[in-house]
Design a protein around this ligand. Structure first.
Ligand code: GCO
Ligand code: MG
Length: 402
């Protein structure tokens, strides 16, 4: 029997920080898992290096489920982003190994294709409405069928999601940047610019919007009602996600579909949202919700309640997560949509084989495992850099949800 021989925690920053776990078996087979937690990267690196790697040595790499249970139940302390990201990294690396040993891409191990390709949505944004409309047009030209739209709220420096250069990278400063936020200004402005996008492009486009946890439930209800005629694909994170019950009030007021879950890490964190049908799309991911093993458990629960999947796919999730996400998405019956922001060219040089979008769809690699190779030499050119997400403050100086 092959055993787990080597466990390495790799940190690189080709445009942004990524933490990657590489497991090597006694037969020389390697597997990769993403362990990136934006702004708290080294906490997961330490969890893996100091507390997980010593437990993995000598174990059977084929025992994916048992290793998951061992790390989850065996820690005694459960859930939370750091723990679940660390467990995810091990889980995904073991699925990658299992695929390579079997000579099959991971999606084949998950039951094979349920669909021809994975529908993705990209991010259009603008410093004003005209710039947003131009950006949407440019993404349409590239073949995207689903587009998220965000415009800078006039006078509000802390508007979430506005790209300045070629890439949107909110974790851009060595210490958190403080930005101003005004809910009143946002609520007046956002429905109007979303209406402009609809007016310009019609209904033959899936239009999405991310509220980014900024509203109270009653404000979110008002927002959802005010955009109902625009038939959004979804409004994302209308209110902070911790309080699952809060979504009931939003639900009772509007037919605008609701997506949430990118910051949630386990089936327990989404149980009420799903079983009480308070949301339409669950946004948990392989990297922050315990790997392929646990994410499928969440998605299968969601299927029972007609909740579809819509996994987070921002640039702070590494290409290993893109590959793992596509493997799950292509096979999962209740798949809805996959977020895809893309990565810098340098990132693609570190993570060779990352799936690319063609005609608005992602396709899984046909290579055994996940199909990603980590280039140590290129990675070494980009050492870790402390980077933090911004912090939002209301106009009176108090801290708001970013
Ligand atoms: C999204 C997200 C991201 C997050 C980021 C935080 O919908 O893509 O909200 O942009 O802000 O992943 O690390
Ligand atoms: Mg989001």
């Amino acid at each position: 029997m092959a055993t787990i021989d080597r466990v390495e925690v790799l940190v690189t920053s080709p445009g942004r920080n990524f933490v990657t776990l590489r497991i090597t078996t006694s037969d020389g087979v390697t597997g990769l898992g993403d362990a990136t937690l934006n702004g708290r990267e080294l906490a997961v690196a330490s969890y893996l290096r100091d507390h997980v790697a010593p437990l993995l040595a000598g174990r059977d790499p084929a025992r994916v489920e048992d290793t998951w249970q061992y790390l989850y139940k065996g820690a005694y302390w459960r859930r939370g982003p750091v723990t679940m990201t660390a467990i995810a990294a091990v889980d995904v690396a073991l699925w990658d190994i299992k695929g390579k040993v079997a000579g099959l891409p991971v999606y084949q191990l998950l039951g094979g294709r349920s669909r021809d390709g994975v529908l993705v949505y990209c991010h259009a944004s603008g410093v004003d409405v005209a710039a947003l409309v131009d950006d949407v047009a440019a993404y349409r030209e590239k073949g995207f069928k689903a587009i998220r739209a965000q415009a800078a709220v006039p006078g509000v420096s802390g508007t979430y999601g506005i790209r300045k250069g070629a890439y949107y990278e909110p974790a851009a400063t060595a210490l958190p940047e403080e930005q101003l936020w005004s809910t009143e200004a946002y609520l007046d402005f956002a429905p109007a610019y979303l209406a402009k996008v609809r007016e310009k492009f019609g209904f033959g486009l899936h239009l999405l919007h991310d509220v980014h946890h900024r509203l109270t439930p009653i404000e979110a209800a008002r927002f959802g009602k005010s955009v109902e005629e625009l038939r959004l694909f979804w409004m994302e994170d209308p209110t902070p996600a911790e309080n699952q019950e809060a979504f009931r009030l939003i639900r009772q007021h509007t037919t605008t579909p609701i997506a949430t879950g990118e910051v949630l890490n386990s089936i327990w964190d989404v149980k009420q949202l799903i079983t009480e049908q308070l949301i339409d799309y669950v946004r948990t991911t392989t990297v922050h919700a315990g790997g392929i093993t646990h994410l499928r458990r969440i998605f299968d629960l969601a299927a029972l309640y007609q909740v579809r999947t819509g996994s987070h796919g921002a640039s702070d999730l590494s290409p290993v997560t893109v590959a793992a996400a596509v493997a799950v998405d292509i096979s999962q019956p209740n798949f809805g949509i996959q977020e895809h922001m893309g990565h810098t060219i340098e990132t693609y040089e570190v993570f060779r084989g990352t799936p690319q979008v063609t005609d608005g769809l992602l396709h899984p690699s046909e290579e055994p495992g996940l199909g990603i190779e980590y280039d140590d030499e290129v990675a070494a050119r980009f050492p870790y850099q402390p980077r933090y997400l911004p912090v939002a403050r209301n106009l009176d100086g108090s801290v708001h949800d970013w």
